[in-house]
Design a protein around this ligand. Structure first.
Ligand SMILES: Cc1ncc(COP(=O)(O)O)c(C=O)c1O
Length: 392
């Protein structure tokens, strides 16, 4: 099937906040919670949240900080605690063999704040920023809320739902581009060679590259490559939410190109002052919790293998080739013409909550849905078994 052309998805003029699209996964969560409150049992495969606790070392570091009698936990510098920034620089040396000056590292309130700061620092009003479709909905919603223009670049199974230089050339003029590997909702990855080709295309076309690396660490074959290796001037956004399992601690980081460090620092000072201090302390300890965290990833891998076996038996046999993250993105066009109604019926009839594709692809999302599989292993497998029974 041929892909539709790229298109601008900027909302009509007017107060932008009121026009922002909902995050449908949160709407599904509301419906699922309502069912649960009514006494039905619900298996949650709608939200992209890691299962289980954060690393004990992180919790212990936070508890130790709170136990100090004179603890104040005041603001840190706007770019974050220097010891955490140095520890992250070491992480880049150890994990990727890339040298990063800690002065270029900004600690943020989750990667969500990183996107806001990065877009504001790098782009002006109306800037055209390419985003893969399907893709994480907050990219386009943040870009639009900032008065910039998200440009949807439709991708398909053919390119593993990732952008390519050819698709970007077809998208028309761009000022910026967001890539993600592993990606949400598909879990598909870009190889180092593919990232380098995209980085070369960006350099040749004056396009600033923004790389979302929040799912690094959660991979089931090859380790994810950082865009920094190929594009030293890229904005790289990362987080303690996913691999480090610290969603609610609201802490992430950004590698900022030297020309944007001042802008990011001034924006942080004004928008947030600083990321939560207690979370920064815990995050530093989380970076030393590799054994605990890799065991968690192995658990996601086991669930993924079981679901990749059971879901096709339930008719979900057109799945994106996920190599990372904790999602399974399914083309359900053979089962329904409207995945939103299908997911709603699935919730009512089986108690399995999932996310319809329109969250990630407003144009073609009715054909797709996403299973988020990072919850408790027994719940995930039970969900797949229920779907198999439901579809028989
Ligand atoms: C691809 C992607 N990027 C960024 C985020 C934002 O995460 P946080 O703000 O918790 O770092 C998410 C959350 O689901 C995501 O899936």
């Amino acid at each position: 099937m041929r892909q539709p052309p790229a298109r601008d998805i900027r909302p009509t003029p007017g107060p932008r906040g009121g026009q922002i699209a909902p995050f449908y996964a949160m709407e599904v969560l509301k419906a699922a919670n309502r069912r649960q409150a009514e006494g039905h049992d619900v298996l949650h495969l709608e939200l992209g949240e890691p299962g289980g606790p954060p690393p004990p070392q992180a919790v212990a570091a936070a508890a130790a900080a709170l136990a100090v009698e004179s603890v104040r936990l005041g603001y840190t510098e706007a770019l974050g605690s220097l010891s955490l920034r140095r520890r992250i620089a070491q992480h880049y040396r150890d994990s990727y063999g890339v040298a990063v000056d800690p002065a270029r590292i900004a600690i943020t309130t989750g990667s969500s704040a990183g996107f806001l700061l990065g877009f504001l620092a790098a782009f002006g009003d109306g800037a055209r920023i390419g985003v893969s479709e399907p893709g994480y909905p907050a990219y386009r919603n943040i870009i639009a809320a900032l008065g910039m223009t998200p440009v949807a670049v439709p991708t398909s199974h053919e390119t593993r739902f990732q952008v390519t230089p050819a698709l970007l050339t077809a998208a028309g003029s761009l000022d910026g581009l967001v890539i993600a590997s592993p990606a949400n909702p598909t879990g598909t990855m870009l190889t180092a060679t593919e990232i380098a080709a995209i980085a070369r295309w960006c350099a040749a076309n004056g396009v600033r590259l923004v790389s979302d690396e929040v799912y690094h660490g959660i991979t089931f074959g090859t380790a994810a490559a950082t865009a920094l290796a190929a594009a030293p001037d890229a904005i790289v956004v990362n987080s303690f939410s996913k691999y480090y399992a610290m969603t609610g601690w609201r802490v992430g980081w950004m590698i900022v190109p030297p020309d944007l460090v001042g802008a990011v620092e001034r924006l942080s000072q004004n928008l947030y002052i600083s990321a939560p201090t207690l979370s920064q302390i815990a995050a530093e300890a989380a970076l030393d919790s590799t054994a605990f965290l890799n065991a968690k990833v192995a658990g996601y891998g086991r669930v993924r293998a079981q679901l990749l076996d059971i879901l096709p038996q339930a008719g979900f046999d057109r799945l994106a080739p996920a190599d990372g993250a904790f999602y399974i993105f399914a083309d359900v066009s053979a089962l329904t013409e409207d995945s939103t109604a299908f997911c709603a019926r699935m919730l009512t009839e089986t108690g399995v909550a999932t996310t319809p594709g329109i969250d990630f692809d407003p144009a073609r999302g009715k054909r797709f849905m996403r299973f988020a599989i990072a919850g408790p292993a027994d719940h995930m497998v039970e969900a797949a078994r229920r779907l198999r029974a439901w579809r028989r």
